[in-house]
Every structure is written in C-alpha cells, then in structure tokens.
Design a protein around this ligand. Structure first.
Ligand SMILES: NC(=O)c1ccc[n+]([C@@H]2O[C@H](COP(=O)([O-])OP(=O)(O)OC[C@H]3O[C@@H](n4cnc5c(N)ncnc54)[C@H](O)[C@@H]3O)[C@@H](O)[C@H]2O)c1
Length: 317
C-alpha cells in the first residue's frame, strides 16, 4: 500500500516509517522539520518538506494519492498549548482539518489519527476506557479531542474512513529531550551529561508509559486490520498503553541506576494542567486488533538509555 505519514521525521513517525518499509509498504513522509530531523527519515521513504497547514500539502496528497494516511504531525507540548492556545489550535486543529480534507479529496481508504490520553477527564474512573468522559485539562487535549470529532464527521458525512488511537506517554530512541515533553528522554539526556535533573511537584504523578515499538505495532495492526464492524471506520478510538502507572520518582530512580547517576533530584514547581494519574484500559485494542504491548518496562528503559548514550551529542544545545 501507499502510505503517507505526516510528522514522519519526528520521534514516533520515523519509527513508524521504518516499520512500514519493513512491511513492504511504499512510504512518503511529509514533515516541516520544526521538531523532526531529516536523518530520522529512513532512506527507503520519499521525503517532502512541507507544512501540513498549507495548500502545498493538499497538492502533495493529491499527487501521491495514498491508500492510507497516518497523521502524526503536531505541536506536541502541553505547556506550549497553555501559553499559546490559538497557535496550538491553528496547528493541531486547523492543520489536521487540512490533512483530513486533503485525504478525502485524494480518495484515501483509511485515515489513522493520532490522539492522546490527554483527552480524558481526570475525574473519569481509572484505568480510562474509550467510553470514559472526555474533558481535557489542556488546550492540547482540547485540540486532540476536536480532531477526533472531525474524524467522526469526515467518516460519517464525507466518506473518509477514519480511526483514532489515543496514546499513553510514549518513550524510546529519537525522542526529543530538549522540549518539555518526554520525561524519560529529558532525564536521560541530563543524567548522561552529569547535569541536575528537575522533578516537578512531588514526583508522585504517574502516567501510562509505553515503548515506541509497541505503539508502532499497534499502528501497523490498524493499517492492515480487517476491521469487522461498520463503526470501526467511523472514527472509533483505541487506547494504546500498558495500563500500568509509573511515577516520575520511580522513573528517576530506575534511570539513575541504569545511567549510574549519583546526583539527587532537584525539586521544581508542579506543572499546571498536568494530569496526576493516567492509565489506559487497552482491552479494545487487545480484543479487536489482537494487539498487546510486548516490551518490558525496564527493558525499554535500558534500550532508550543505550540509544541516548550513543547519540547524546545529536541534541546538544
Ligand atoms: N510522544 C508522546 O508521548 C505522545 C503521546 C500522545 C500522543 N502523541 C502524538 O503523537 C504524534 C507524534 O508525536 P511525537 O512524540 O513523535 O512528536 P515529534 O515532535 O517528534 O513529531 C511531530 C512531527 O511533526 C512535525 N510537524 C510539526 N508541525 C508540522 C507542520 N505544521 N507540518 C508538517 N510537520 C509538522 C515535526 O517536525 C515532527 O517531526 C503527535 O500527534 C503527538 O501529539 C505523542
């Protein structure tokens, strides 16, 4: 199949492009390289530098006429969305709408939308099921939820089959450690440089962390799956996580052990709009897709450490 990956020069998108090529799909990556890196795009993929919010993107999609679009391009910082909700919405809502419209016009057969556990209400029962109340705390989550609804609209009224994944906190090689998202990458980059590591709030806040190859497996499953029910392609959501909460304090201790880091954590202010506890119920993905995470927690941390130890200078300020 011909697959167009938006954001394919980024952390998750580049791993997805690798896996799609390994599965013999033809891959085109569109990315504006705002946070992504050209060298992460695998050699076998076509790369086009473009912004998804533009008409140029619509023309590119028309020319490629992909069978599947995997839409990952996004402004990914929750804090940035709180500082500049309008800018976040222009990218994450209007940009995604442009991708949806382009996909519809190009006759795409399956549109895979990447959303987040950030859409759930913190008051919903844990672990969050897909049917739990969605009431995001952050503009980032609001935008992700809006796009989920647009996906449902495009499926129901514009003939574009869509499906959404709500990811937990993804970690692994190539994650950018210089932003505010991705605590494992940030900690490793600082620990390997012998720099102080700041822990926000009490450090007891716990999220559902999932290794990047498990996320990619889920996306590849969705791409190939013969989804049996009509509702499966009308924007239905699938949680993708492990269901196990891991606290920031636990992550600090484990990574300090792996990286032989001796300094104590530096206390920092709690982050506004940060969910305290997140775990995802992934029963639907298990049942419908036959997917389940394969990578053990500490194994994923060790592999991530190995990669950052070998590539730390790539992200030097
Ligand atoms: N990493 C996580 O823990 C996590 C969790 C939940 C959801 N997600 C979602 O997964 C997707 C990928 O995230 P990631 O962690 O790989 O982040 P990333 O920043 O590494 O990847 C995003 C990519 O999109 C590109 N991009 C940004 N704006 C663009 C634009 N206007 N036009 C074209 N390309 C643009 C960036 O250059 C980058 O390569 C995002 O939609 C994100 O919201 C990530």
């Amino acid at each position: 199949m011909k697959v167009l990956v938006t954001g394919g020069a980024g952390f998750i998108g580049s791993h997805l492009a690798d896996a799609l090529l390994a599965n013999k799909h033809a891959v085109t990556v569109v990315d504006d390289l705002s946070t992504g890196r050209r060298e992460f795009v695998p050699g076998g993929a076509e790369f086009i530098e473009a912004d998804i919010t533009t008409l140029k993107f619509v023309d590119i999609t028309q020319r490629i006429a992909p069978d599947v679009v995997c839409h990952l391009a996004a402004q990914i910082s929750v804090s940035e969305s709180a500082r500049n909700p309008q800018g976040d919405a222009e990218m994450n809502i209007c940009g995604s709408l442009n991708v949806l419209s382009a996909a519809q016009r190009a006759g795409v057969k399956r549109f895979i939308n990447i959303s987040s556990g950030a859409v759930y209400s913190p008051l919903a029962t844990l672990p969050y099921r897909e049917s739990a109340v969605a009431a995001p705390l952050s503009p980032y989550g609001v935008a992700k939820l809006a796009v989920e609804h647009y996906c449902q609209y495009f499926a129901q009224f514009r003939g574009l089959p869509t499906v959404t994944v709500r990811l937990g906190n993804v970690f692994g090689p190539r994650q950018n450690p210089l932003g505010e998202a991705g605590v494992i990458a940030i900690f490793l980059q600082r620990m390997l440089g012998g720099e102080p590591v700041e822990v926000h709030g009490s450090g007891a806040q716990a999220k559902d962390y999932i290794y990047v190859s498990d996320v990619v497996d889920a996306l590849v499953c969705l791409l190939d799956a013969k989804l049996p029910e009509a509702k499966d392609m009308t924007g239905r959501c699938y949680n993708i996580g492990t269901g196990v909460p891991r606290s920031v304090n636990e992550i600090f201790t484990l990574l300090a052990g792996i990286a032989s880091y001796r300094l104590a954590p530096v206390p920092g202010p709690a982050r506004p709009a940060d969910q305290r506890l997140v775990t995802l119920d992934c029963g639907r993905a298990r049942k419908v897709l036959g997917w389940k995470p394969q990578v053990k927690w500490e194994e994923g941390l060790r592999w991530t450490h190995e990669w950052f130890a070998a590539n730390r200078s790539m992200f030097a300020n």
